[in-house]
Design a protein around this ligand. Structure first.
Ligand SMILES: Nc1ncnc2c1ncn2[C@@H]1O[C@H](COP(=O)(O)OP(=O)(O)OP(=O)(O)O)[C@@H](O)[C@H]1O
Length: 253
């Protein structure tokens, strides 16, 4: 059993919408294990993205605690959280916001930790990662508006993992892609996971969720169920899909 990399204690997040309090995350306890590919699923509006933001230090909880290892990050200031994220987290969202006035290569370098910036080792690492995700050398000097959506997403993944984050967070990473580009992106996630990358991904798509090895279902701001699967590719895909579908049916999805 792998060790815990992140956990929450009675996590709460409340938004005030026009003076009305909306309790989106309610006393939620969750543990994210190292080297797991954890998938968070649930109905629209159940609080998946809100949870991801709280887990990754993108937003502060209203009440409760978030621990990264033994470090309680819930009381951090915005500046401390920014440092925490840069050191420990990588992010891939539905639409990747690359900086339009920078080339593909420079976009990746801007994400690098200051200490490593433009070091020969880092340049080599960026080149290797770009090749690995299928971004050929002739694209490295191009600007984001000269790339397809799938290419942008793959560059975004390289930017997200360039600092070897302890956790890669993804929110509907294939949501804006066609099925072939989406599959390419998921193959990259699968490969990263097989190399030991801890991943936490929000999705409402079964095909995407199948890539994980642990699916956590949330409803109305609480964890209501959990489903474990072998590492993707090591089992029969039909059995895997049926098992996940069965779990989701039981969750009332
Ligand atoms: N910054 C915010 N201010 C106010 N309300 C918010 C904010 N962020 C989220 N909410 C509300 O919290 C609820 C949960 O939103 P969240 O985006 O976490 O759900 P979700 O499960 O990710 O939904 P979806 O699958 O549709 O993306 C929604 O009702 C949303 O309107």
């Amino acid at each position: 059993m792998s060790s815990s990399v992140l956990h929450t204690e009675k996590l709460c997040k409340t938004f005030s919408n026009g003076g009305v309090q909306q309790h989106v995350i309610k006393n939620l306890d969750i543990e994210i294990r190292e080297k797991d590919f954890t998938v968070i699923m649930g109905a629209s509006g159940s609080g998946k993205s809100t949870l991801l933001y709280a887990l990754s230090g993108m937003d502060k909880p209203t009440l409760g605690k978030v621990f990264f290892g033994k470090e309680d990050i819930s009381g951090y200031t915005n500046d401390q959280l920014a440092v925490f994220r840069r050191r420990n987290c990588g992010f891939v969202f539905q639409s990747i916001h690359l900086l339009e006035n920078m080339t593909v290569f420079d976009n990746i370098m801007t994400g690098a930790l200051v200490a490593q910036k433009n070091s020969p080792e880092l340049v080599k690492k960026a080149e290797e990662l770009l090749r690995k995700v299928g971004i050929k050398e002739e694209i490295w000097k191009k600007y984001p508006n000269q790339l397809s959506g799938g290419e942008c997403q793959r560059v975004g993944i390289v930017r997200a993992v360039i600092n070897d984050p302890a956790i890669l967070f993804a929110d509907e990473p294939t949501g804006s892609l066609n099925s072939s580009s989406g599959r390419d992106v998921l193959d990259i996630f699968t490969e990263l996971h097989s190399k030991g990358q801890s991943i936490v991904m929000v999705t409402h798509d079964i095909k995407t969720a199948l890539r994980g090895n642990r699916v956590i279902f949330i409803s109305d701001g609480s964890v209501v169920g959990e489903h474990e699967m072998p590492v993707y590719g090591s089992d029969d895909l039909k059995k895997r899909r049926d098992g996940l579908q069965d779990f989701l049916d039981r969750m009332g999805w």
